[in-house]
Write a protein that binds this ligand. Structure first.
Ligand SMILES: Cc1ncc(COP(=O)(O)O)c(C=O)c1O
Length: 439
């Protein structure tokens, strides 16, 4: 996961207020990441548009948190009405909270019919792992080999996708996700990958950790939007369960209709996980997350833990979350993401076919990517190119980013209110940027 540069601006153009940048460094320090060589100071948003301090507007092709659009009036009104009525911690009855829980749970299949509200994706994954650990009596966790699930100690010990001071935990095994791009034999790829899962499970068992959970992002977004062979996720889940472990789908990136075809990314597979975690887009920027699970797991955990969470699932958070579900439904955002995703995918595949620097078009729905390659597999050269493209797109007034183990995949993941017109604008600018930098 790239965090782009944190250095102050020296180049001409796009200068942020120097005072604000130095005050930020003087208060938040220099390690809190900022995008772009010259950080962008944004002062307002509206739908898919952002405006900087100099009054310049940008098309937002990057941000998934403002799911139903920046400054969405339905969300803003719901939050402000609720704030003016009552906001509470969670130890009183309030109908808003229960109504939101009912509406959210109605979007799940199988026996996923209970919810714990939390305040972030990290908190959701931390709680899901805690539930899995207590249920199984084991500590072993399987993740993927370039992933990010959050910032707590537990999650830092299983982070493989960015720098952490904590080494990978002795109880963690990182799986290499098989990718269909470039593969000649899908069946062979599948068998090799599942053999790796068997070996990882055996290794956890032999080391005395056992298997508590497999934690994965159904879109493999930090990994670079990989495309596993059919049956892989189902095969991993079956093996984890046979070893007594639970399956946790981290839907922080892939949830809430982002894929276009499914409300929850795990439904792209023939799988009902034991626990589903979510955050980012859930309340359009208001900090809300959740763990959705079964009655059995919730009851078992509840019997042994007095789990209390002051802010999580407050009436205001619930009003914000409910407004997101309402706008999604009223504006058919998931169906729109599917249709638009197909169109964008078509244009990206055409780019991939015609440009020797592009290895593959990736993604689905409104999470799409373009993977770059350089002669001789020179990862640095490919990363330099994606960095130059991200900067060039910013200069053209379009915000995107990059991902993947080598930072060589352009990452485009706009608010779900993106339209065909916005997509054309983004892709026309991308075509022009490619002509300039990678023709
Ligand atoms: C897949 C995934 N899981 C979890 C998280 C952590 O979420 P949060 O930053 O809300 O704690 C992230 C954040 O980027 C993420 O991408």
């Amino acid at each position: 996961m790239t965090t782009e540069a944190t250095t102050p601006a020296t180049a001409a153009g796009h200068q942020p207020a120097p005072d604000l940048l130095s005050r930020r460094f003087a208060t938040l320090g220099r390690h809190s990441p900022l995008f772009y060589d010259t950080p962008l100071e944004l002062v307002s948003g509206n739908g898919v548009w952002l405006t900087d301090a100099q009054g310049r507007t940008y098309l937002d092709g990057y941000n998934n948190v403002p799911h139903v659009g920046h400054a969405n009036p339905v969300v803003a009104d719901a939050v402000s009405d609720q704030l003016r009525t009552i906001n509470l911690h969670t130890r009183y009855l309030n109908s808003r909270v229960v109504e939101y829980a009912e509406a959210l749970l109605a979007t799940f299949d199988g026996d996923l019919e209970r919810v714990f509200f939390v305040n972030s994706g990290s908190e959701a994954n931390e709680l899901a792992l805690r539930i899995a650990r207590q249920h199984t009596g084991h500590t072993g966790v399987l993740v993927t080999d370039f992933s990010y699930h959050g910032n707590t100690i537990t999650l830092a010990e299983l982070t493989t996708g960015l720098t952490t001071g904590e080494p990978l935990g002795a109880h963690v095994r990182a799986l290499h996700i098989p990718d269909l791009v470039g593969a000649s034999d899908e069946q062979e790829l599948l068998e090799q990958a599942l053999a790796e899962v068997d070996a990882a499970i055996t290794s956890l068992q032999e080391a005395g950790h056992g298997v508590s959970a497999f934690l994965f992002d159904p879109l493999f977004s930090t990994e670079g939007l990989l495309q596993p062979p059919a049956g892989y996720i189902e095969g991993v889940a079956a093996r984890i369960r046979a070893a007594g472990g639970l399956v946790i789908a981290d839907e922080v990136q892939s949830g809430f209709g982002r894929t276009g075809t499914h409300m929850w990314g795990h439904r792209m597979f023939d799988l009902i996980p034991d626990l589903v975690t979510m955050g980012k887009p859930m309340a359009n920027g208001h900090p809300v997350g959740a763990v959705v699970t079964t009655e059995e797991l919730l009851d078992e955990f509840g019997r042994h833990n007095m789990y209390f969470n002051t802010f999580a699932g407050s009436p205001v958070s619930s009003a914000a979350g409910m407004a997101v579900l309402q706008v999604m439904e009223e504006e058919y955002l998931m169906a729109r993401a599917q249709e638009l995703g197909d169109y964008i995918g078509g244009r990206l595949h055409a780019i991939a076919d015609g440009n020797p620097h592009v290895r593959a078009a990736r993604g689905r729905g409104l999470f799409f990517g373009l993977e770059f390659t350089a002669p001789g597999g020179d990862h640095k050269a490919a990363a330099d190119l994606t960095k130059a493209l991200v900067e060039d797109m910013r200069a053209r007034g379009v915000l995107i980013s990059r991902i993947g183990p080598h930072d060589n995949v352009l990452k485009m993941r706009p608010p779900l209110v993106f339209t065909r017109e916005h997509a054309d604008l983004l892709l026309d600018h991308l075509d022009a940027a490619l002509d300039t930098l990678a023709g």
